[in-house]
Design a protein around this ligand. Structure first.
Ligand code: PEP
Length: 251
């Protein structure tokens, strides 16, 4: 059975001391985690959040983005090599904030996927349609285009995680009511494509995951985990999500 992976995306919501404090609380209280838990703080907090691995080796470090070059004259860019040096094991690539606020195209995302893998980390690729695209009946086409381009030159045997994160479902402070039937067809579509192309990669879900709905979205025959934004910003909520996931996988 594929073990679940739960990824906290703290976006630009917490300062350095706040990130350190929250990471410590999660690491000391999440004592019987099932699967993998990844914390993705803001770049400047990576080095302090990295310290939690000493408290709880099941809590791993991730970054929210990186540049696709490893070294050079790229003012303000973050090298994947530096992220690896800081202890990151995962890097989120293609988050909708990056696509729509910072202009990351499918081609840029393809390069970032490779750069992350070349530096020994696992990319967490986000794909998902906007509300307008869903209304126009384009969800499948948009998601498949994003997926196919991102994986076009990504080696089949290289680990990666695919997150179906519909843009319309992202909470931005107020969680949406997400119904399994709205998102499950896309999981099936992505999983079928991965099978056809001989890839083994977990397909997880992102967008308004909270304590009360995680069990309806994640599970051994549903999404293989979750990318959690708003509900990962307090220890109580995030630990509640981890506890509910654990129950789903109890033998
Ligand atoms: C996200 O934007 O990656 C996310 C998962 O946000 P939220 O859980 O707040 O919808």
């Amino acid at each position: 059975m594929q073990e679940p992976i739960i990824i906290a995306n703290w976006k630009m919501q917490l300062g350095i001391a706040e990130s350190q404090e929250l990471a410590k609380q999660i690491a000391s209280e999440a004592t019987d985690v099932v699967g993998t838990v990844v914390l993705c703080p803001t770049f400047a907090a990576l080095s302090v959040v990295a310290e939690v691995e000493a408290i709880n080796s099941q809590i791993l470090l991730g970054a929210q983005d990186c540049y696709f070059e490893t070294k050079g004259t790229f003012t303000s860019a973050t090298s994947p090599a530096v992220l690896a040096e800081l202890g990151c094991k995962y890097v989120i690539v293609g988050h909708s904030d990056r696509r729509y606020l910072f202009g990351d195209t499918n081609d840029v995302i393809q390069k970032k996927m490779r750069a992350v893998a070349l530096n020994g980390m696992t990319p967490v690729l986000c794909v998902g349609e906007t509300a307008e695209e869903r209304k126009q009946g384009q969800s499948e086409d948009v998601v498949m285009e994003q997926l196919k381009t991102a994986l076009a030159d990504f080696p089949v045997d290289q680990p990666c995680i695919i997150t179906y994160e519909p843009v319309w479902a992202i909470s931005h402070g107020t969680p949406h009511v997400v119904i399994k039937e709205e998102v499950e067809p896309l999981r099936v579509l992505i999983a079928a494509y991965l099978r056809e192309t001989n890839r083994v990669a977990p397909v997880i879900y992102g967008g308004s995951v909270v304590v009360d709905n995680v069990q309806s979205l994640v599970g051994p025959s549903a999404f293989a985990g979750a990318l959690v934004g708003g509900a990962s910003l307090t220890a109580k909520d995030f630990l509640g999500i981890l506890a509910n996931v654990r129950k789903l996988y109890a033998v």
